[in-house]
Write a protein of this length. Structure first.
Length: 203
């Protein structure tokens, strides 16, 4: 009787957390209403993203780092370039997101995306657009008021040895530097007071 050596089967490749999150994205895309496609993620820390073919809305799948953290975070959409100013608003009003455990049913994740995450993201964008418009209006009013102050001061002190130097510190604070002879300063006090009392539209 002869024996035949049986080769040991190769061990199956281990599936990582990133792989499982990417697979979850496929199931979620299938469970979402409408037609969605699955991509490789738009940001470096995303392993997948789903995009609605009708609206272009996207949701990224980002694994939560750390040993034993078998979870992933949903990050909605791309922020328009004109809203990417970090000093404008979003530090006080962070992006909506949601975290799920790897293995959460795809239908549950899809329901959250459709009913809560995407509507919250649109509200976030609306508030951002409103904040940007108000900020631009305020800047325009401030610029108009500053030019009015500067023009009146420059016209009132044309004969001085040096023109009036005007700088804006922050917000509505203005610094004015005048270089004039002391006798001239005494005679021009009324004109200076009138310029400083100028009616402006600065809030």
């Amino acid at each position: 009787m002869t024996t035949t050596a049986v080769e040991t089967a190769d061990k199956p490749a281990r599936i990582s957390k990133e792989d499982r999150v990417a697979l979850a994205a496929i199931g979620v895309a299938t469970a979402l209403p409408g037609k969605w496609t699955v991509g490789r993620g738009r940001a470096r820390d995303q392993v997948a993203d789903v995009v609605c073919l009708a609206t272009g809305v996207s949701v990224g799948f980002k694994p939560v780092p750390g040993p034993g953290a078998w979870r992933y975070r949903l990050v909605p959409g791309d922020v328009p370039r004109e809203l990417a100013d970090p000093w404008l608003w979003y530090r006080r009003d962070p992006l909506p997101f949601a975290t799920f455990a790897v293995g959460t049913p795809a239908t549950e994740v899809a329901t959250h995306i459709h009913q809560r995450l995407i509507p919250a993201f649109h509200q976030w964008l609306d508030r951002a657009q409103t904040a940007r418009r108000e900020r631009l209006k305020t800047q325009a009013r401030q610029y108009k008021a500053r030019r009015k102050i500067a023009d009146q001061l420059e016209s009132a002190f044309l004969q001085t040895p040096a023109p009036a130097h005007i700088s804006y510190i922050r917000g509505d604070l203005v610094s004015i530097t005048l270089t004039i002879p002391i006798d001239d300063a005494l005679t021009r006090i009324p004109a200076l007071a009138q310029a400083l009392r100028a009616d402006t539209t600065t809030p």
